[in-house]
Design a protein around this ligand. Sequence first.
Ligand code: SF4
Length: 336
Amino acid sequence: MTSAVVQLKKKDFESDQDVRWCPGCGDYAILNAIQRTMPDLGVPKEKIAFVSGIGCSSRFPYYMNTYGFHTIHGRAPAFATGLKCTNPDLMVWLVTGDGDGLSIGGNHLLHVIRRNLDVNILLFNNKIYGLTKGQYSPTSEVGKVTKSTPLGSLDTPLNPLRFALASGATFVARTYDTDIKHMQAIFKAASAHKGVSFIEILQNCPIFNDGAWTENVAKKVRKDRVLFLEDGQPMVYGSGKNQGLKLNGLALETTSWEGDEAPADVFVHDSTSESGVLANLLTEFTDPLPVGIFRQVEAQPYDEALMNQVAQAKEQSKGSGLAELYRSGANTWTVE
Ligand code: SF4
């Protein structure tokens, strides 16, 4: 007897926990977008796990009616790696923030990306430590005045997408918390990708860093300050659709024109380009700020390679197990 496929709804992914973020926090919109996306993925709840570290964003697993692990600071990548390698058929989402992911867990994040583990990483970037009440983070701008930098931060901020690309990420995207449709489209594309997907989500923390992204993504300026990347389409932006990006030597630069048609030298987006050069150039831009998929290329995921290796080792193994190996006399010695 075959069991009928049950079409899940957003409600099925909502847990019974009270959501405890500050009023107006961008995390609510991200949670909403994820819960709306889940039913479209066709994956049963018991085949999904959310893993987080520490921080405001890391409360996420409590609110999802799936498996969830609220782990230790910066170490969600290590837990996610173990989980995925021992349960390859599980869909794993890793939730982190700019502090948890890029400072305390920077080293762990690097390795989960370079291994191309088949997990989806959501990095909420609000350019501040929210949970500990407003210290500067690795993505805070130079001069940022906080409780821990009363005279202004001296640190050069880290660009999360450049970090992911440099670590060899096979799927890299950016979205923002005030556009639910855009977030959903990016989450769907990430979940369809085989291998690691890294998504930077521009998130507002109204309590400790209000308006960190407003100059780009506020509704009244968005058309002129955001470039929506679409594969096969020229990189055009602006309310009049008459501005774009073109290549000048080894850099992209803005250009504008009269009329409806973009000139031939306006660059056409191709996220599937193997080299990653274009994706890297795009990470430099802040005005307009590119959002969408920067890079998506194919490569064997780590968990798949690992399972192949385990199968191969079993096939080649002459013995029947560990006990026999111990007693085989091979590679053993006596301590005199
Ligand atoms: Fe959201 Fe900021 Fe409050 Fe944390 S401190 S829950 S990021 S508004």
